[in-house]
Design a protein around this ligand. Sequence first.
Ligand SMILES: *[C@@H]1O[C@H](CO)[C@@H](O)[C@H](O)[C@H]1NC(C)=O
Ligand SMILES: *[C@@H]1O[C@H](CO)[C@@H](O)[C@H](O)[C@H]1NC(C)=O
Length: 323
Amino acid sequence: MWFEVICGLIVYKIFRRFIYGEVDVPDVDAGGSEVSFIVADRLEKIYGGKAYVGLRIPDPETSSRQHIDVVLAAKKEILVVAVRNFSGFLEVGDGGNWVCTRDKKHKPENYPDPVLEVTKQVEILESYLELRGVSLPKGSLIGKVILPNPNCRPAYSIAFQNEVIPFAMWAELKSESKPGISSWIKGAFHGSKSETQDVWHQKLHFSLSTAPMWDRLEFKGDRKILGEFIDFKGNSDDLQALRQVNRSEVSQFLVQKPSLFDLGRSRLNILYYPRDYRRNAASVSELKEIAVKPSTEVLFQPLNSKKPRKFKLSSVASVSLSA
Ligand SMILES: *[C@@H]1O[C@H](CO)[C@@H](O)[C@H](O)[C@H]1NC(C)=O
Ligand SMILES: *[C@@H]1O[C@H](CO)[C@@H](O)[C@H](O)[C@H]1NC(C)=O
């Protein structure tokens, strides 16, 4: 009987590989950026507007970059969100750190207070946007800490902080839900008198979409992670051709299987958009294409990971390169 089970598994794996290509996405998300994308998608669905994930806002005071998980620029509010996928019991420890105790087998882990972190992020983003000419009435940026993990059990001292959205609240969030649930988004925006709201929104979106951010790697099957694209790995002919696909020239490349008709070639196509070209219908003619061996790999360093990882091009859907 075990023999049949094992044979079945092997056949299944081969079959799966055959049908889908190699899409086994390795467990690379130590930096936890995937959960930011999931939270950002849901915020967009609930509140509308556009979510920006993985910003790296220059902080003149420390001359470093401030990482921000998610910024949602909705019609009436700008949310600055720290996403923490904590699982287990969560309490405030000595010195104000948050202490997460997963279970008896794991040692409690200490984390910097995310409410303090997001408060600082709000300040830094505020000065950055003002520097770029987006005038912000006081209090129009709202900092929130979202705890989206169903297994996160925060102590009262955490759950009842204004900035904190524990899982129970997160699960129930709706756009126009009862007061008390959505009232955490107060402080509706009032545009400055000198410009109309539309112009203001355009400026805001332009500033956020061109702000420094992490590169992002999207796998087939919609999983996305943040980090830094480093290079391609492959044979020298392909690498020579791929030199054009570099950060200064290209803002995004897509990976496509060749159409059914040229299956025989068994190459992968890399399609890319030249940088600074607005992606719209008119840019189709600007799309460029390079065919490479399917064994080509992408060298990418995930957020908070100590070393770069290699990913098979065949498991990649697209890579966006920040300027
Ligand atoms: C959140 O954490 C849990 C472990 O507690 C993990 O299984 C899950 O994959 C994480 N979610 C994301 C989206 O990373
Ligand atoms: C980037 O691409 C451009 C245009 O294709 C090329 O001229 C340039 O040498 C490339 N830069 C690097 C570092 O390879």
